[in-house]
Design a protein around this ligand. Structure first.
Ligand SMILES: Nc1ncnc2c1ncn2[C@@H]1O[C@H](COP(=O)(O)OP(=O)(O)O)[C@@H](O)[C@H]1O
Ligand SMILES: [Mg+2]
Length: 253
């Protein structure tokens, strides 16, 4: 397997709780990998530690052969590690197209915020705006370019978040936290079709936390299941879904 992102023995503690208790994953290059598991199993924490929002207490993170464990979030971002948030982090006072344009430089909360505010006082480069409009077309919300985030529906917000992950200059691995949460099944399929198209067109790798398993399974190449901070199954998405340990974990066993 051609691995682009790997964790080795990753541990993250919150007080006494081991939210990640020795997590080893190997994310295949150019594929869509799902990360599943019941509430509280450590999925979001894994993405937070991989993207650098939280520092690992032990273990290693390897991106494309480079040990990034000690790098700050922005350095990981510069190396092509891009993430979306379950609750998008947007500038409420800025238009959709501006929020999209900003995503080229990183996410609020990744240590780039001061740089972003400096940029607020001068216009975006024309190329950045053109690219933002192209990405909004791609996700079919271009007509909303001048709205404020507060005026968007939940589904439109999800599409905006997808447009934004394509803005950085060299995205390689995209981490997504529940890209279809709260949207109807038709739009959820649509979102996974966008993701599949992005994988094919831009040769991207996706690691996606998802609970709409019935929908996601048709689009994914590989899956990891977690419970209590540990990986309990991995492999073909359908096999992982039917794995007795995975079923048991969802039943609260
Ligand atoms: N910032 C935090 N402080 C304390 N506990 C946390 C924090 N973030 C997550 N946790 C705990 O870590 C565990 C894993 O949480 P999380 O990674 O959000 O699970 P999931 O995304 O799989 O639902 C949960 O028990 C949660 O309460
Ligand atoms: Mg979560």
């Amino acid at each position: 397997m051609n691995v682009i992102l790997e964790t080795r023995g990753l541990v993250k503690k919150f007080g006494e709780l081991r939210a990640l208790d020795g997590v080893d994953i190997r994310v295949p290059r150019g594929k869509i990998t799902l990360l599943i598991g019941p509430n509280g199993s450590g999925k979001t924490t894994l993405i937070n530690v991989v993207s650098g929002v939280y520092k690992a207490d032990a273990g290693k993170i390897i991106l494309d052969g480079e040990d990034i464990t000690e790098l700050p979030p922005y350095e990981r971002f510069k190396r092509g590690l891009v993430r979306s948030f379950q609750v998008p982090r947007l500038f409420a006072g800025l238009a959709v197209v501006e929020n999209t344009a900003f995503a080229r430089y990183g996410n609020p909360g990744e240590g780039v915020i001061s740089g972003l505010f400096r940029r607020l006082w001068r216009p975006f480069e024309e190329e950045t705006v053109r690219r933002a409009v192209r990405m909004l077309s791609f996700t079919r919300i271009r007509h909303l370019w001048d709205r404020r985030p507060g005026e968007l529906s939940g589904g439109q917000m999800k599409l905006l978040e997808i447009a934004r992950v394509l803005m950085p200059d060299n995205p390689k691995v995209i981490l997504m936290d529940e890209p279809t949460a709260g949207v109807n099944p038709t739009l959820a399929h649509e979102i996974f079709k966008f993701i599949r198209n992005m994988r094919d067109e831009y040769d991207l790798t996706f690691l996606i936390i998802e609970h709409r398993l019935d929908i996601a399974v048709d689009y994914a190449d590989y899956a990891y299941a977690m419970a209590f901070g540990k990986v309990i199954a991995e492999g073909d998405p359908r096999d992982v879904l039917e794995h007795p340990k995975v079923i048991e974990s969802y039943l609260g066993g």
